[in-house]
Design a protein around this ligand. Structure first.
Ligand code: GLP
Length: 232
């Protein structure tokens, strides 16, 4: 893909799920097989109040674990300015930056146990663009491992909204592990509704979903049906 689009605009998620993908790409870069130097990277979300130099910020995490090893220059890594004096303005600026870059070509997503994508928690209106959001307790618990304790996890974040996410030309949703099975089953086989933010991806024409066997457990019959269609 990067060979096809040397100036691709990529959307990167944080969290544990995409780590192996970033590391595998880093191996290809180290071997000289792909070149990311012309690529730009847009973060999916960021904790409110954490500046880009805070090591716990998603901006610092993506630079350290993905963009840096891939050879994407720091100046080509964009994220919401979550420590801005006016977060609402920062949201609009981020939308403008994505637009000025020509939109996101490929957006990589993980999924929360409650079906969130980015930090769009259940109940987020599908038409929202980049916005300030309040994190669910379950999300703060899940992310406590990066902060030492739940109390230290920020309560608010800035996230690309469902409408921003769906503007990406292509989307890759990755889920691994049994803890994600209910969310994957709900997102892919339940109703498309705001109670399950990831379900909006079913309205997008270019989505690939990669799940390991544990995360696919709840898809049983559905996956078999798709496989049979593939054979036909
Ligand atoms: C966080 C991030 C999401 C991510 C989710 C799942 O809440 N904001 O973008 O998809 O966690 O994380 P993990 O991959 O660690 O399970």
């Amino acid at each position: 893909m990067v060979d096809d689009l040397p100036r691709a605009v990529l959307g990167f998620a944080t969290g544990a799920t995409p780590g192996p993908t970033y590391r595998a790409l880093g191996t290809l870069v180290a071997a000289g097989e792909v070149d990311f130097t012309g690529v730009s990277v847009f973060l999916l979300d960021e904790y409110l109040g954490l500046g880009a130099t805070d090591p716990r910020s998603y901006r610092a995490t993506i630079r350290r674990e993905a963009a840096g090893p891939l050879g994407v220059p720091d100046g080509a890594v964009f994220g919401p300015e979550a420590d801005a004096a006016d977060p609402q303005e920062a949201c609009q600026r981020y939308e403008d930056q994505i637009h000025a870059a020509g939109g996101i070509d490929v957006l990589m997503l993980g999924i929360g146990r409650n079906g969130h994508v980015g930090f769009n928690e259940p109940g987020t209106p599908f038409n929202l663009r980049t916005h300030v959001t309040t994190l669910c307790d379950a999300t703060r618990v899940d992310n406590a491992r990066y902060f030492g304790s739940v109390a230290d996890v920020p309560t608010y974040a800035i996230t690309q909204g469902p409408a921003t996410i769906c503007d990406a030309r292509r989307i890759l949703l990755v889920a691994t592990g049994a803890a994600k099975a209910p969310a994957i089953a709900r997102a892919l086989t339940g109703e498309v509704d705001e109670d399950c933010p990831a379900s909006i991806l079913r309205t997008h024409p270019e989505v690939r979903v990669l799940v390991d066997p544990d995360a696919a457990v709840g898809l049983g019959e559905h996956v078999r049906r798709v496989a049979r269609l593939g054979e036909g």
